[in-house]
Design a protein around this ligand. Structure first.
Ligand SMILES: [Zn+2]
Length: 205
């Protein structure tokens, strides 16, 4: 029949080929820092300069301050590869669709909710599905949340394993982003220690 010969290109691929086609992940971007120590120092010193989070005193706290810089732009710049594809930090796939304005749709998910300051780097670029998994299995679970913080603060690897209930996953970072976050964590820790010291001194005087 004539209709048989006019099958569109897509249908000529076998199911197996289609599956393999989907499995090829886009190249994950590389943002290596030319001077990692300097970047870390800079991020740490900047950690003190960002505005602290302010909350209005509603029954449910609503944050009224907004992050310095633009987390969406920051993440987009860091996770767009040479092919102009924006990669998800968990599944490493290209973000699934574009917005009406042509930019990729993605979720900028706060990595740690309890940081004192507003930091554009303290967010992840995730596709909607991974964002949902991260919120459900990591952010709502105190133990996993704490583990992740320790791992992020101390890792030398650009990839961190995640316990997602019945499955495991990863968060992958570009080097510049990881250094920025590690600087923020170190800076906040330093600030906390300083505060404690001051409290002790004022209590004993
Ligand atoms: Zn994803």
């Amino acid at each position: 029949m004539a209709s048989e010969t006019k099958k569109p290109q897509l249908f000529r691929l076998s199911l197996k080929q289609l599956i393999e086609k989907r499995r090829v992940k886009p190249a994950f971007p590389e943002r290596a820092s030319p001077d990692p120590e300097r970047r870390l120092r800079h991020a740490k010193s900047r950690a003190h300069e960002v505005p602290t989070k302010e909350f209005e005193n509603h029954s449910r706290s609503v944050r009224t301050s907004s992050p310095t810089g633009d987390k969406v732009t920051y993440l987009r710049q860091n996770y767009t590869n040479d092919e102009s594809e924006l990669a998800c930090q968990m599944c490493e796939e290209e973000m699934p669709f574009r917005r009406r304005d042509g930019e990729y749709y993605f979720e900028a998910v706060q990595l740690f909710d309890d940081l004192a300051g507003e930091h554009e780097a303290a967010n992840l670029a995730l596709c909607p599905l991974c964002a949902a998994k991260f919120k459900e299995f990591i952010k709502r679970d105190e133990r996993r949340r704490k583990e992740l913080r320790v791992q992020v603060a101390s890792t030398n690897e650009l990839q961190i394993g995640l316990d997602l209930g019945k499955e495991t996953g990863n968060i992958r970072f570009v080097e510049k982003h990881l250094l920025d976050i590690q600087g923020i964590l170190a800076g906040e820790e330093e600030q906390k220690q300083k505060q404690k010291q001051e409290n002790r001194e004022s209590a004993s005087s």
